[in-house]
Write a protein that binds this ligand. Structure first.
Ligand code: NAD
Ligand code: GLY
Length: 371
């Protein structure tokens, strides 16, 4: 792929012993055969993409992989969060089996977080595990979902409820592909970037505030820094707690409220990043009501989320008992223990904690934060 950007390629290493891998960040990577050197040897590769991304980038990836494998196959899934489900997952297994793909076949996830999560889950399951490479094409996927090995599909009763921890062997973040991303999707990615500030790095939050215009304008150097710093923070957390025994839960800041919004409205109504953006405002308000941060911090975060083009007022999920509906949905969250919801809260700027709160207080916060 031709690139107009003089950006130097950078690497972030995710250190997980024998499951370690590099995250490669730069311009012009996707269509460069050199990007795919030294992957596990195999005769077949399967590109998994969707009907939006494939017309843009599958041919370039196909050509780049051609010299590395005897056959490079493609399976094109229907686009959208609503298709992150069993029947769509089955299409990947259908393609693998129909073409006689063996247990060394390498899967390439070409798309956003939906394609990445489903391809990773398929890779974890096919013949009990084949290697896979993440080629994330959304900002959200480059800064979060492609890194760290969480793979899943949704269940009608809960988001990402069926899945596995399964690490990719490489992540390739080609910044050029972000130029074709719809503006709403760009904003959704900014939510996950903003997330890293309050939970881990206030200097990064300062930087995002100063550079939000450059990020919205898709300036390559700003995008490169945001992707690299986000991946560094995520790699450090996942390196300490791969399977979310504790620390990794902080990466879910804003997600408990956000997942309730996503599943409560029906998958695909609000984007994942939109739920997370609004969810961070709600979780920070809860943190403030528990005395962990001051109002100024909540206002600061809310303003940044809004500047990123994200919603800051929660939708109504029930005409009769809105807060009750949020609570009901949040009890299905994976962090919940014995029916008790556990929230990622900001425990002073740059520091996160996971704890429960009384239903009465959570109701108050929901009432204050929703339309
Ligand atoms: P997505 O995968 O639905 O992609 C967003 C939209 O952009 C889709 O319509 C897609 O086809 C389109 N698109 C993708 N790349 C494009 C490009 N370069 N140009 C034009 N259009 C493009 O959404 P997402 O925000 O990338 O990912 C959200 C999903 O990721 C959710 O399912 C969420 O649960 C999951 N997620 C997983 C993790 C994890 O750790 N595994 C973390 C965060 C989110
Ligand atoms: N996106 C949260 C995690 O990877 O743990």
């Amino acid at each position: 792929m031709a690139s107009n950007s003089p950006l130097a390629t950078q690497q972030v290493f995710i250190d997980l012993g024998e499951r370690s891998y590099p995250i490669i960040i730069g311009a012009g990577l996707l269509g460069d055969p050199g990007t795919y050197l030294n992957l596990p040897a195999a005769s077949s590769a399967l590109i998994v993409s969707n009907d939006t991304v494939a017309p843009l980038y599958a041919q370039a990836l196909q050509q780049a992989l051609q010299g590395h494998y005897n056959q490079v196959l493609q399976v094109i899934l229907p686009d959208g969060e609503a298709h992150k489900d069993w029947p769509t997952l089955q299409l990947i297994f259908d393609a693998l089996l129909a073409k006689g793909c063996d247990r060394k076949t390498v899967l390439f996830a070409l798309g956003g977080g939906v394609v990445g999560d489903m391809t990773g889950f398929a890779a974890a399951c096919y013949m009990r595990g084949v290697p896979f490479v993440q080629v994330p094409t959304t900002l959200l996927a480059q800064v979060d979902s492609s890194v760290g090995g969480k793979t899943a599909i949704n269940h009608p009763l809960g988001k990402n409820m069926v899945g596995a921890f399964y690490q990719p062997v490489r992540v390739i973040c080609d910044l050029d592909v972000l130029q074709t991303l719809p503006p709403r999707e760009l904003s959704a990615g900014l939510a996950e970037i903003i997330k890293y500030g309050p939970i881990a790095d206030m200097a990064f939050l300062d930087w995002i505030e100063a550079n939000i215009g450059a990020l919205l304008a898709r300036e390559p150097t700003a995008l490169a820094h945001a992707v690299r710093r986000s991946c560094e923070i995520k790699a450090a957390v996942v390196g300490q707690d791969e399977r979310e025994a504790g620390l990794r839960a902080i990466l879910n800041f804003g997600h408990t409220f956000g997942h309730a919004i996503e599943s409560g409205l029906g998958y695909g109504q609000w984007l994942h990043g939109e739920g997370v953006g609004c969810g961070m405002v709600m979780a920070s308000r809860l943190s403030q009501r528990l005395g962990l941060i001051d109002t100024a911090f909540v206002d600061r975060l809310r303003a940044l989320v809004q500047r990123a083009g994200l919603p800051v007022v929660g939708p109504r999920l029930s005409a009769t008992d809105n807060a009750g509906r949020y609570l009901e949905l949040m009890r299905v969250d994976k962090k919940a223990e014995a029916g008790e919801i556990r929230f990622v809260l900001i425990n002073g700027p740059g520091n996160a904690t996971v704890r429960s709160a009384s239903d009465a207080l959570v109701r108050e916060v929901i009432d204050a934060c929703c339309e």
